[in-house]
Design a binder for this molecule. Structure first.
Ligand SMILES: Nc1ncnc2c1ncn2[C@@H]1O[C@H](COP(=O)(O)OP(=O)(O)OP(=O)(O)O)[C@@H](O)[C@H]1O
Ligand SMILES: [Mg+2]
Length: 325
């Protein structure tokens, strides 16, 4: 699409938190960004957070485990589960052997869970911060906006509640990660009024509750590019009011007007979203494509927009040369 925003922030980041309304394409776009970064030669990790049914499985045909699994050159995936994350945190904290840790863990878990609001979220984010030390880029496929905002705001709550001690230090580690200039937030949106409204609310809430996180980048997914010229629109209007059209002609005009409505919805969403943050536009793809293929095609679309020259293999490579729609 011609009028896209600057996507370079995606490829300058070390940690990318991706969220948005449910079903907007967070997981697919997180995979696309990770695939492209890996193709550029960056050691990339794509994680889900404590997912009971990891969505990355459908894209990579591998079940992501707590420990990163290699799924391609420079690319690994994982599912950051909170219990092993707690175990790792304890290991760092007490540095003791396994048995001591197990006893401590059993005693601590109940105290920790009861005493610390958002204890699970703290452990998950702390693990992400640790992983970020080992990769060039960590892409985090977060839960939908409401939960993601709650998760991110747990950090400042914990800092307020604990003046000293290990939980305070844990929150501080996470906060330093959030405040880094190469940590960025991506909000995934769709050209639909309700989704745009939710994106605005999420942006405002995260800004208020996690002020140290930088201005987000918005990915407007499933957008319809403007293809109809002003003359074609006028012609459609004239034809729609013409009494001389047969059944076939009417169907064609209806199809044209449907396309026009989708183009308008994209233009309206773009205008509203651009008032919030820079926007990168990604096209709607044909229905019925598999998850892996959609992710591949969106990787190619991102590569074109970023003017990144990379060898994308598989679906992405094929659609990079053949167009994505
Ligand atoms: N640009 C696109 N064109 C067509 N289909 C798409 C596009 N982006 C994503 N999809 C498809 O939309 C569906 C939902 O995508 P995805 O699972 O990435 O959304 P999500 O935001 O992660 O959902 P959830 O909130 O359930 O985690 C998938 O089937 C995916 O293949
Ligand atoms: Mg998802």
């Amino acid at each position: 699409m011609a009028d896209s925003g600057d996507s370079s922030v995606l490829f300058r980041s070390r940690v990318l938190f991706m969220t948005g309304k449910g079903g907007t394409g967070k997981t697919t776009l997180a995979a696309a960004v990770a695939k492209l970064a890996a193709a550029q030669g960056r050691r990339t990790l794509l994680c889900e957070l404590d997912s009971q049914r990891p969505s990355l499985t459908a894209i990579f045909s591998r079940v992501p485990s707590y420990l990163p699994v290699v799924v391609g050159e420079n690319l690994s995936i994982c599912n950051v589960e909170w219990m092993p994350a707690l175990d790792d945190w304890l290991a760092d904290l007490v540095g003791a052997g396994r048995i001591v840790r197990m006893i401590m863990k059993n005693r601590m878990i109940s105290i920790f869970l009861e005493a610390t609001p958002g204890a699970r979220d703290l452990m998950l984010l702390h693990r992400v911060a640790k992983l970020a030390e080992r990769y060039d880029l960590v892409v985090v496929d977060m839960p939908a906006s409401g939960n993601a905002t709650g998760m991110l705001s747990v950090v400042s709550t914990s800092r307020r509640l604990f003046d000293t001690g290990p939980i305070r230090r844990c929150a501080e580690d996470i906060e330093s990660m959030l405040a880094r200039p190469d940590t960025n937030l991506v909000l995934v949106a769709l050209p639909e009024e309700m989704v745009v409204n939710e994106t605005r609310e999420t942006r405002a809430r995260i800004q208020a509750e996690v002020p140290r996180l930088r201005q987000p980048l918005i990915l407007l997914n499933r957008a319809t590019p403007v293809t109809l010229s002003a003359e074609e629109r006028l012609l459609l209007d004239q034809l729609a009011s013409s009494a001389e059209l047969g059944v076939d002609g009417r169907e064609l005009v209806e199809a044209g007007r449907w396309e026009e409505r989708l183009e308008c919805a994209t233009a309206e969403a773009l205008e509203r979203l651009r008032a919030l943050a820079p926007v990168v536009v990604l096209p709607v793809l044909a229905r019925g494509e598999g998850a892996a293929r959609v992710a591949g095609q969106l990787t190619a679309a991102l590569a074109r927009q970023s003017r990144v020259k990379v060898d994308l293999v598989g679906d992405a490579g094929r659609s990079a040369s053949g167009g994505s729609r």
